[in-house]
Each structure stands twice: as C-alpha cells, then as structure tokens.
Design a binder for this molecule. Structure first.
Ligand SMILES: C[S@@+](CC[C@H](N)C(=O)[O-])C[C@H]1O[C@@H](n2cnc3c(N)ncnc32)[C@H](O)[C@@H]1O
Length: 232
C-alpha cells in the first residue's frame, strides 16, 4: 500500500483522527464540502431507501449522512464514531435512534441486524481497510447494502493534500491520512463477503470551481468516489 508520506506536499502538522476531529467539530459543518458526497449519494440507483428499516452509519461524525438517509425515508439509523465531540452534534440532529462512541472496526453493534451500512469520508483515516469491511459485513444482514464514500486516492496523490482544516488560529492542521488504492477496497470487500453492485466518481467540475476557484488547476480530477456493495 502506498504511504501518504510519498505524496505529502503540504507538510502540515498532523494529529490522529480522535484529536483532530475533536477540534474540527467546532467548524466542521460549515467547512466540509457537501459536494464531496451529496451528488454521489444522489446517484445511487440500487438502494431502495424507503425499504430500509434499519441502517448503521459507521463514522457518522456530525450526522450529515444520517440526516440525508432520514430525508430519503430510511426508518431507523444507528451511528458510531470515534470522536465524542462529533457524536454530540449528531445527537443534536435528532435523526439517530442510537449513537455510540466506538471504532468502526469494533462497533459493538449487533451482528446480522442492518439492512444498510454506510461509511462516508472516513476510510482515509484508517491504516487498514480490512477490519472496516469485516465489521460492516458482521453487522449486515444477508442481502444488505454497504455504501462507502471516500476521498479519492487520485486526488490525494496528485495534490499531495491530506484531510485538513484551519484551527482557531487559522493554522492548517492535518488529520492522519492514508492512501488506499481502489484494489485495496476491492480486496478488503471481497474478503469480507461483499459484491460490488455500483461505483461512482465525482470529479472537480464547474460547480466545484465556482465555490473553490483555487482548485481550477484540478479540473476533471476525481475528488471522491462511492462503492455500493451487496452481501448475498
Ligand atoms: C470527515 S468526518 C466524516 C463524518 C461523516 N461521515 C460525514 O460524512 O460528514 C470523519 C469522521 O470519521 C471519524 N473516524 C475516524 N476514524 C475513525 C475510527 N477508526 N472509528 C470511528 N470513527 C472514526 C471521525 O471521528 C470523524 O467524525
């Protein structure tokens, strides 16, 4: 697996996910680019959202994905995240029936219980994808879907930019970022019993550049991706 160090062009001070998101939680909702995942989620064609009785969002953060799922008719959603400060914001959204502080690789959620599992913009913080896909598979019931949206490795490698934000002093703070090749996802997912049913990629287009003109040099570069897996 490639190391982010081989690509890093920013050299920002870097902290682990738990420490970084505790700080970012104060401004996350205003600074995260919703186009990272919103258009990818809208393009999914093989999940019948209103038919989902119970979903688990692994790495739920402030609950953006949970709120989106609820708006699509998913009936009950459970959320798991490493960072209590992010979970507190998810709680305030009032869309989760259950929220717990835990690692995505060891959630403590019941086995074979969920019709849908989601993980959005989390995988780049994991050194190894295999425990994530295995845990998603453990909690999924037979026939469940797993939607994983990620920060695109092409973008990370091309720009040398880690996941980062500006702290209260305006200084960039990076959160430990790992580069996973698409084949890493496929191998980890297959090992956990997932079968690919859909894949989408979001590129930097006019809409992105209108809100982030500094990224014009990245036009047409993929910025995020969505895998939709199914457990037979
Ligand atoms: C970029 S945020 C994404 C949050 C949410 N899914 C969204 O799309 O807005 C990344 C989240 O992953 C969580 N996270 C990172 N590593 C984790 C781990 N090993 N287990 C559980 N959560 C983790 C962080 O605490 C943070 O809330």
């Amino acid at each position: 697996m490639p190391s982010f160090k081989s690509f890093d062009r920013r050299g920002y001070r870097t902290v682990g996910a738990r420490e970084g998101y505790a700080v970012w939680s104060a401004t996350y909702e205003h600074t995260i680019k919703h186009d990272m995942d919103s258009r990818l989620l809208e393009s999914i064609g093989t999940v019948d959202w209103p038919a989902i009785a119970l979903a688990a969002d692994l790495g739920c953060g402030t609950g953006r994905t949970g709120a989106w799922l609820k708006s699509k008719g998913v009936r009950e959603i459970h959320g798991v995240d490493l960072t209590p400060e992010m979970i507190e914001q998810a709680r305030a959204r009032n869309v989760f029936a259950d929220l717990r502080v835990a690692d995505v690789a060891a959630t403590g959620l019941p086995a074979a219980a969920y019709d849908l599992v989601t993980t959005c913009l989390v995988d780049e913080h994991l050194a190894d994808l295999r425990p994530l896909y295995a845990e998603a598979s453990r909690v999924a019931r037979s026939g469940a879907a797993y939607v994983l949206v990620g920060f695109h490795p092409f973008f990370i490698m091309r720009t040398g930019m880690p996941t980062h934000f500006d702290d209260k002093d305006g200084q960039p703070l990076a959160i430990e970022t790992h580069v996973h090749l698409m084949s890493d996802h496929v191998q980890a997912a297959h090992a956990a019993g997932w079968r690919l049913t859909e894949m989408h990629e979001q590129v930097i287009d006019d809409r992105w550049i209108a809100t982030k003109p500094g990224w014009a040099a990245q036009r047409d570069c993929p910025i995020s991706f969505a895998f939709i897996w199914r457990r037979d």
